[in-house]
Every structure is written in structure tokens, then in C-alpha cells.
Design a protein around this ligand. Structure first.
Ligand SMILES: Cc1cc2nc3c(=O)[nH]c(=O)nc-3n(C[C@H](O)[C@H](O)[C@H](O)COP(=O)(O)OP(=O)(O)OC[C@H]3O[C@@H](n4cnc5c(N)ncnc54)[C@H](O)[C@@H]3O)c2cc1C
Length: 430
């Protein structure tokens, strides 16, 4: 006889959604969370003046139906993201020169050719079954091969390479064409609403809102050390062993590899993006003085910069630098990373350094609870892993963004949690 009906490992959006749905159906799940807070990779920072920033997930697309529905249910407001929309206000920092994006006329053709190539690949993928028939061929090729085949200008390669690193948190040679085609198809579904919104007050209101009615079911600061799928058991770091009829395990795959001693190789080798964010609040939005909205893409290791507070009131402005891929992840480990970012912002927007105030660093690779940003399937990884992500292993069901069609998004996390709950409630095959 098991100690519990259902044990959910992880109180990120996936685990919370699953637990909340089970409670709504009259079940009594126990949620075990290693951190002292809920939300996982959705973790907002609040500044004293009421502005906020996101260490992890920031943008909500119009096609993120579960996120939008949850926001509505919780009475949360959505803002409209404006930064990065206008090529006249966006900057490109390449080859030691910073210029407005629209002044690089020669880029247009190359960027369009790349978009068309990706759209053609996206048409080959079924977003609802990314590992379906014909997928293996694309899975065995790196995204870099698409870029190479187009014979693009050096400038276009830099810009596209940066976009790929920002999107997948890994370089073009480490992303499978299938992964990129699948994500492109998802973005096409967003119909212009890609990265269109933020939750006013902070995205982690989604997590705290989901958790509020079920707090008595959640044990924080309770790290699981071992999962034993066949026995439906977890061993806590404290040594306590708990059993359940169903385990729902939502931790990212690099973490799962440490907990599940017999994890199949197909799962343990799945790639994860690396890096994180440096966030700085400035006393004034000094970038606007020079007609910029603060959006900059660079070939340097700090990657990409944008104004996170573009939809927020107040004199101050919050800049986010997304340090992605290996150069960004390496930069993040330096003790003076914030000073370096502040110095780079000063180079781009003179006068900003003296206005730099509160700073936040989020390194998701060097975080034992996530060990990476989000799943980015590399060459030959998606097709073998997908069926294993979607089926039961003994008494264990896997959930989390990495198990869903909306992989890498809050939407995927919520959908996966709901699917795990449906499976347990008997209404859905795993
Ligand atoms: C830098 C960055 C930018 C992003 N940008 C966006 C974006 O703009 N839009 C978007 O939609 N998504 C974005 N995402 C992705 C989004 O954050 C994730 O897809 C989503 O939050 C994943 O939720 P989850 O529940 O699957 O996993 P998690 O949130 O990681 O939840 C897993 C939980 O398990 C816990 N855990 C780990 N180890 C243990 C253990 N041993 N025992 C018990 N518990 C454990 C963790 O602490 C965590 O709370 C971004 C992510 C990052 C890192």
C-alpha cells in the first residue's frame, strides 16, 4: 500500500497545474519542491518603485492559450510589449560599430531568405506530433546547415546566429533542424503575437495564484534525491522514502538525470540551452534620448539587450541582457559580469553608467534546480526522446515544458501538467 495517491516532484508551472487539477477533481496530491518558493523558472524581481523584471520566462504569445486562460482566471492583467518592434529604434552592434537596424539595407534580402527557408522546413513538421513520420531526416541535420546552404553575407550570419542563440540558448550547430522547424511552425501559429505580452506585476503571479488554494499540499525546501519509477517511490535528500500510486516528475531533464539512476540515454542526452540574464534598473530611460527603444543585438557575449519596462509607468527603466549560449554562459560566471554589462550599455548609451541602480543576475545553468534554461533538442535527439517523454515509466509520468509541443515555454509547462493530471484521472492516454 503506497503512502500517497500522487506525488508531484517540482512546483513550477507544470507541477502546480497538475496538482491544482487533481485537487479540483477531489484528489490529494503531495507536491515536493526543492526551492523555498514555487514557480521554478518563472521568477519575477520587484523593484522598490513598482517596476519588475523576469529572471526567467518573460513573454507570453497570443497563441499561449493556457497561459492566457490562467491569467484571466486569476484576474491578472496583460501588457502589450513594444520594444524591438520598430527597426528604426532597434540597434545592431557588430564589427565594432553600432547602427540602427534599418540602416543595414543589405540585410533585408538575406534575412528574408532565411525566414523563407525556415518556413519551408516548418511546413514539413506536424506541431502536434513533432517526432512523427518523416521527422527523423530533419532531426539528423543541424540548423547550421540551413544557414550555410543559403550563402549569406557575414553580417546576416552574425544577426541570424545571434537570433538562434537568443531563441534556443545554444548555437546553430547544436540545434536540430527538426527542433527549429517545429518552433518556427509554433511561432507562425502565433500570427504576429509572438512575444506579445507580459503579465502586469510579474509572471510569477501565475505560479503563486495557482499555488494559493493548494498550499497545504505543497512541501517547499524538500529536495528529492532519488526517483524509483517501478516502485513509485521517491527518496528525499533527508533520507525519507515516500511511495505513491502515481509519480509526476516535472524537473528539467539534466536534473532528472541525477535523480533517476536508470534514465534512458535518449533522455539524458537531450540538450539544454545555457545562460541567463543580467537585469539593471536605470534612473532614467537614457536610451530614448537617442531615439532608441533600448533593443540591441550584438555579436559580443552579452548577446541581446532590451527594455523590460517598456510597458511600465515610472521614470526609471529596466534593461535586460540575455546572455545566451556558451559565450554568454561563460560571461555569466564572471564575478564582475554586471559591471561588464553596465560598461557595454554605457558604450551604447553614453551617460547611462551613472544612472545604473539595482541589479539582478540569473544564471540558470549554474542553478542546481534547473541546470539549464530549457530543452533545446540537438542533432538526432528529438525523435528518439519524444516517445519516452510521453509514456509512463512504471508509476512515473514525466511532465514539464520539455514534454510538450510548446517546449521551452510556460505554455508547454501548463499543458504538460494538465495532461499528467488527465492521465491520472483516467481520461487520457499518457
Ligand atoms: C532565461 C529564460 C527565459 C525564458 N523565456 C521565456 C519566455 O519569454 N516565455 C515563456 O513562455 N517561457 C520562457 N522560458 C521558459 C519557461 O520558464 C519554462 O518553460 C517553464 O517555466 C518551465 O516550467 P516547468 O514547470 O516545466 O519547470 P520548472 O519551472 O523548472 O519547474 C520544475 C521545478 O522542480 C523543482 N526541482 C528541481 N529539482 C528538484 C528536486 N530534486 N526535488 C524537488 N523539486 C525539484 C524546481 O525547483 C522547479 O520549481 C524561459 C526560461 C528561461 C530560463
Amino acid at each position: 500500500m503506497a503512502d500517497h495517491d500522487v506525488i508531484v516532484v517540482g512546483a513550477g508551472l507544470a507541477g502546480l497545474r497538475c496538482a491544482a487539477d487533481l485537487v479540483a477533481a477531489g484528489r490529494e496530491p503531495l507536491v515536493l519542491e526543492s526551492r523555498d518558493r514555487v514557480g521554478g523558472r518563472v521568477w519575477s524581481h520587484r523593484f522598490a518603485d513598482g517596476q519588475w523584471a523576469e529572471r526567467g520566462a518573460e513573454f507570453v504569445d497570443t497563441a499561449h492559450r493556457e497561459v492566457l486562460a490562467l491569467a484571466e482566471q486569476l484576474g491578472l492583467e496583460l501588457s502589450e510589449v513594444r520594444c524591438g518592434r520598430d527597426v528604426h529604434q532597434r540597434l545592431l552592434d557588430v564589427g565594432g560599430r553600432t547602427a540602427r537596424f534599418d540602416l543595414h539595407h543589405s540585410l533585408d534580402d538575406d534575412l528574408q531568405r532565411f525566414d523563407e527557408a525556415m518556413e519551408a522546413l516548418a511546413a514539413l513538421v506536424d506541431v502536434d506530433d513533432p517526432a512523427g513520420p518523416g521527422a527523423a531526416e530533419l532531426d539528423d541535420l543541424p540548423l547550421a546547415a540551413v544557414v550555410d546552404a543559403l550563402g549569406l553575407s557575414l553580417m546576416a550570419r552574425v544577426v541570424i546566429g545571434r537570433d538562434i542563440r537568443s531563441e534556443y540558448m545554444l548555437g546553430p550547430d547544436e540545434v536540430s533542424q527538426l527542433m527549429a522547424a517545429w518552433m518556427t511552425a509554433l511561432h507562425l501559429r502565433s500570427e504576429g503575437g509572438f512575444e506579445g505580452h507580459r503579465i502586469v506585476g510579474g509572471n510569477d503571479l501565475l505560479a503563486t495564484g495557482l499555488a494559493a488554494p493548494i498550499t497545504d499540499r505543497i512541501r517547499l525546501s524538500t529536495p528529492v534525491a532519488i526517483v524509483e519509477p517501478d516502485d513509485g517511490a521517491v527518496v528525499l535528500r533527508s533520507g525519507e522514502r515516500l511511495t505513491a500510486d502515481h509519480l509526476v516528475v516535472t524537473v528539467p531533464l539534466p536534473v532528472l538525470g541525477r535523480l533517476w539512476h536508470d534514465i534512458p540515454t535518449e533522455l539524458s542526452r537531450v540538450g539544454y540551452g545555457v545562460g541567463g540574464k543580467v537585469i539593471v534598473q536605470y534612473g532614467r530611460r537614457v536610451w530614448r534620448d537617442q531615439g532608441s527603444d533600448g533593443s540591441v543585438r550584438t555579436e559580443r557575449a552579452w548577446g541581446e539587450l532590451w527594455e523590460t519596462s517598456d510597458d511600465m509607468p515610472g521614470d526609471r527603466g529596466v534593461m535586460t541582457a540575455l546572455l545566451s549560449s556558451h559565450d554568454g554562459a561563460a560571461l555569466l560566471t564572471l564575478p564582475d559580469v554586471v559591471d561588464r554589462v553596465v560598461a557595454e550599455v554605457e558604450r551604447l548609451f553614453p551617460g547611462s553608467r551613472g544612472l545604473a541602480g539595482e541589479r539582478v543576475v540569473a544564471d540558470w545553468t549554474d542553478d542546481e534546480h534547473s541546470l539549464g534554461a530549457y530543452a533545446t533538442f540537438g542533432v538526432g535527439q528529438l525523435v528518439p526522446a519524444w516517445p519516452l517523454l510521453r509514456r509512463r515509466h512504471g508509476r512515473m509520468i514525466l511532465a514539464g515544458e520539455h514534454t510538450d509541443e510548446w517546449c521551452g515555454y510556460m505554455e508547454g509547462a501548463l499543458r504538460s501538467g494538465a495532461r499528467a493530471a488527465r492521465t491520472i484521472l483516467g481520461g487520457d492516454a499518457c
